[in-house]
Design a protein around this ligand. Structure first.
Ligand SMILES: Cc1ncc(COP(=O)(O)O)c(C=O)c1O
Length: 471
């Protein structure tokens, strides 16, 4: 029997209240946060779609594992459970836990890269790029052309451009310590990468002896897209698909705050025992002893279950359908989004919705502020605030697209929360041409979207225009 409604495949055992705020409260709170929702207190947010990182709900089984986690400094039982789960799913024997994904990035890059190197990736996530650049490495994005077009319906828009990669490998092989492929491709809309593409990348790097690393934060969502979109995988389980994916990799970096289904954690896993020994030496200096790597035993215990829970197909079906449901509703209301929707988020095309604003006025940041003002919803700009920079003459370089990401925390919100978000966005879209541009009044040296301050170019809203109290 098939039904139109697909319900959340879980029951709620423990709840957290959401504090409702009024628009006038939020206006003062946003001004106080210098028009950067990262600087708001989370208690002042009603629906928090800032990120899907570390914001998921753990299962009853995971909480039970937390209680039996082994906090031994060395050789903890929980480490072995975690290591065995990673070995089983990712097929990589040397497992090095870290407190989160960027610690794994820093560990690998600081040990393997040197100044002047070049690292190709389908698209570097912002911390990956920043950690490479911090080591003096050029981070090169080589996504396929369809991945740059928000409206292309290509089923694997996250793929690496194999022709461009072959060219770079031939010309720059001596500068390339490894190639990374990010699944799903977060910075390019959470779009998946096909098995065929991963195999293609491996075939290109192998003759040069260049290792392939997979940035695996959303490996389970990517495996589900392969199952449902790539021919030959319909009858394979997502676990089998994940194993096959990683069998082509020499190493994996993972932020377990996503498809680890836990609130903290990460790892670096490799095949080469000599490289692993070198990495563990440094790990002791920075993260901790190699069997805990900056995590508590209870975190490792929760992750050893979470990595499998993320691969459960009922869960993945619900997860991917939830994002698609919201995408359909927004498109029906004329809100432009990146199509088809990816695995963990909806990306609104703020450049198109706020077409009266050029990139120098940061349309994405304006939309992010409006979402908070009108509905108490927190989202993140993924455009020229996040990716903008300057050339050597000091001229601004803008991002290719001005997007706003609504990320979906795992197992946290239900359909009515998403219906509310659609309603608020519909109200904003009707008056999008009245939203002001913003200027940056303060910015830090790295990763400016986290802590920059902004000033709107004119009053953000006026009582009769954008003041729409949520009903
Ligand atoms: C693809 C990807 N790589 C790396 C990271 C960094 O991980 P963390 O936030 O755990 O440091 C993230 C985080 O969002 C990510 O999405």
């Amino acid at each position: 029997m098939t039904t139109k409604v697909l319900f959340e495949p879980f029951k709620i055992k423990s709840v957290e209240p959401i504090r409702t705020t009024t628009q006038s409260e939020r206006r003062a709170l946003l001004e106080n946060a210098n028009y950067n929702p990262f600087l708001l207190a989370a208690d002042d947010v009603m629906i928090d779609l800032l990120t899907d990182s570390g914001t998921g709900a753990m299962s009853a089984a995971q909480w039970a594992a937390v209680m039996t986690g082994d906090e031994s400094y060395a050789g903890s039982r929980s480490y072995y459970a975690f290591r065995d789960a990673v070995r089983d799913i990712f097929t990589l024997p040397e497992v090095i836990p870290t407190h989160q994904g960027r610690a794994a990035e820093h560990l690998l890059f600081s040990q393997v890269c040197k100044k002047g190197d070049l690292v190709p990736n389908n698209t570097h996530f912002d911390t990956t790029r920043a950690n490479l650049e911090c080591c003096g490495v050029e981070a090169l994005d080589l996504i396929i052309e369809e991945g740059k077009d928000p409206y292309s319906q290509h089923p694997f828009k996250g793929n690496m451009d194999l022709v461009a990669l072959a060219d770079v490998l031939e010309k720059e092989k001596d500068r390339i310590p490894f190639v990374i492929i990010t699944i799903t491709n977060n910075s390019a809309g959470g779009q998946p990468v096909s098995m065929e593409n991963v195999v293609g990348v491996k075939r290109l790097v192998e003759p040069y002896g260049i290792p392939l690393f997979i940035d695996s934060a959303r490996f389970a969502e990517n495996s589900y897209f392969i199952k449902t979109r790539e021919s030959g995988y319909k009858n394979k389980s997502t676990l089998e698909i994940a194993r096959e994916l990683f069998s082509h990799a020499d190493g994996a970096l993972m932020s377990c705050k996503k498809d680890g289904m836990a609130n903290i954690g990460g790892f670096l896993a490799v095949r080469d025992p000599e490289l692993a020994a070198k990495l563990r030496d440094t790990l002791i200096l920075t993260e901790g002893f190699p069997t805990y790597g900056g995590l508590a035993g209870r975190d490792l215990a929760a992750l050893s279950l979470g990595l499998y829970e993320a691969l459960e197909e009922d869960y993945l079906r619900y997860r991917i359908r939830t994002v698609a449901y919201m995408a359909t509703k927004l498109l029906e209301q004329g809100v432009p989004i990146v199509e088809p929707p990816g695995g963990h988020a909806i990306y609104i095309d703020a450049g198109r919705l706020l077409s009266h604003l050029g990139p120098e006025a940061f349309p994405g940041q304006s939309l992010v502020c409006a979402l908070y003002l009108v509905g108490g919803i927190r989202a993140v700009e993924v455009g020229s605030v996040m990716f903008g920079s300057q050339d050597e003459q000091g001229n601004p370089i803008y991002a290719p697209n001005e997007l706003v990401r609504l990320a979906f925390p795992r197992r946290v919100y239900t359909q009515s929360h998403f219906d509310y978000v659609v309603e608020i966005l519909t109200q904003i879209a009707e008056k999008a041409d009245q939203l002001p541009g913003l200027d940056i009044s303060y910015q830090p040296r790295f990763l400016r979207h986290f802590t920059s301050h902004f000033q709107p170019r004119h009053a953000f809203q006026n009582e009769n225009q954008l003041c729409l109290e949520p009903s």
